[in-house]
Design a protein around this ligand. Structure first.
Ligand code: FES
Ligand SMILES: [Fe+2]
Length: 364
């Protein structure tokens, strides 16, 4: 079993937060790529139309995995490797209409399903072609309006989607319209895990987000953990818009927002108007990109309540996590502790990190 990147007590009352090196050491950052390769990742570009293909790099500056999204004449969408099985050239460089794919280096041809169709110059090659001469296919799965893939999934998609079905089922996903005009990309000068940790605790909200204090009833904030993430429920003050949830829904009454975090880097924020998601893309030991996308089912409610001024909240969060990045580099900072009543989600995150790195130590 690999050496744990830090010791960690399973009991939140005793545990210490990770040391600064976890968030700043280039070797630690390189090792963390393994957990992204084994996780389910959101497919960020739209899936192509029939007989079209789109090249897509999964997590640039982290996994840097060249992929290809295709849809064949029969309407089947796929996620394939964009690396030619001959000598490794990139097969497709730009999104295009395509009945087949052709590598520009030596002319090898593939179907939109990745199967090898032709290999100029290979007459006489023995034991050729083999299945490994096809473009490798990754799983492509759907949940609501979202698509997911994984290079080497550590858990089946059915397990990944379970908390989404449980907590976000019964909402009008069939009416959700993608709103690309609301897309935002923010560079943040902080390690990806610092951004995630900040998302997982509400303790900072009264200090950092004065505006949110009015939009949520803090006495009633609820929290739950799932095997691969966390759920936070924001309760609306009297008179504010609430989510139209089916009777008996586990989120309870007067729900202003459901915040679902999916390990390691996806946040689904559901408001009365629809879904705002943020994806944390690691881009270096002390830098990340936060990518926002939106799906809307009730546009008239977009400016109200907890789902109103999201940009202001985002800037407030970014400013604090960037300050933390500078802080954890201090020669005088060692390790912190968890506030048990508020930071169980952060502690759970660190347990999942250790488990995903194959190093869920008992020896704290
Ligand atoms: S690398 Fe693609 S055909 Fe040679
Ligand atoms: Fe925040």
């Amino acid at each position: 079993m690999p050496e744990p990147p830090f010791s960690h007590d399973p009991d939140v009352h005793r545990a210490e937060t990770p040391p600064g090196s976890f968030y700043s050491d280039p070797a630690a950052y390189a090792a963390q790529a393994a957990l992204f390769a084994r996780s389910w990742q959101l497919v960020t570009p739209p899936l192509p139309q029939r007989e079209h293909a789109t090249p897509w790099t999964l997590l640039p500056a982290c996994l840097d995995e060249p992929l290809l999204l295709t849809r064949d004449a029969g309407g089947v969408a796929r996620c394939l490797s964009n690396v030619c099985t001959h000598r490794g050239a990139q097969v497709l460089h730009e999104a295009c209409a395509a009945k087949a794919l052709r590598c520009g280096y030596h002319g090898r041809r593939f179907g939109l399903d990745g199967c090898l169709k032709g290999a100029p110059g290979f007459e006489g090659a023995l034991d050729f072609p083999r299945p490994s001469d096809d473009l490798p296919a990754l799983p492509l799965e759907a949940w609501g309006p979202l698509s997911f893939t994984s290079v080497d999934p550590a858990q089946p998609f059915a397990t990944f989607r379970e908390p989404l079905d449980h907590w976000l089922g019964g909402l009008p996903w069939e009416r959700a319209q993608r709103a690309p005009e609301a897309d935002r990309d923010y560079p943040v000068a902080a390690h990806w895990a610092l951004y995630v940790e900040n998302y997982l605790e509400g303790l900072h909200i009264p200090y950092v987000h004065q505006g949110l204090v009015q939009a949520l009833d803090f006495g009633s904030y609820r929290y739950a953990s799932t095997p691969s993430g966390t759920i936070q429920i924001g309760v609306a003050p009297e008179g504010d818009p609430t989510l139209a949830l089916p009777a008996g829904h586990p989120a309870g009454e007067r729900v202003a927002a459901i915040y679902v975090w999916c390990f390691p880097n996806l946040m689904l924020n559901v408001y009365p108007w629809g879904l705002s998601l943020n994806l944390v893309e690691p881009s270096g030991p002390s830098s990340s990109r936060i990518r926002y996308q939106r799906w809307v089912w009730a546009p008239e409610l977009q400016d109200q309540g907890a789902g109103g001024d999201l940009e202001r909240v985002e800037y407030e969060d970014q400013a604090v996590v960037e300050a933390v990045q500078r802080g954890i580099g201090s020669r005088l900072y060692r390790r912190g502790r968890y506030a048990p009543a508020h930071e169980a989600g952060t502690h759970h995150f660190h347990r999942l990190v250790l488990a995903a790195l194959g190093a869920n130590d008992k020896q704290a």
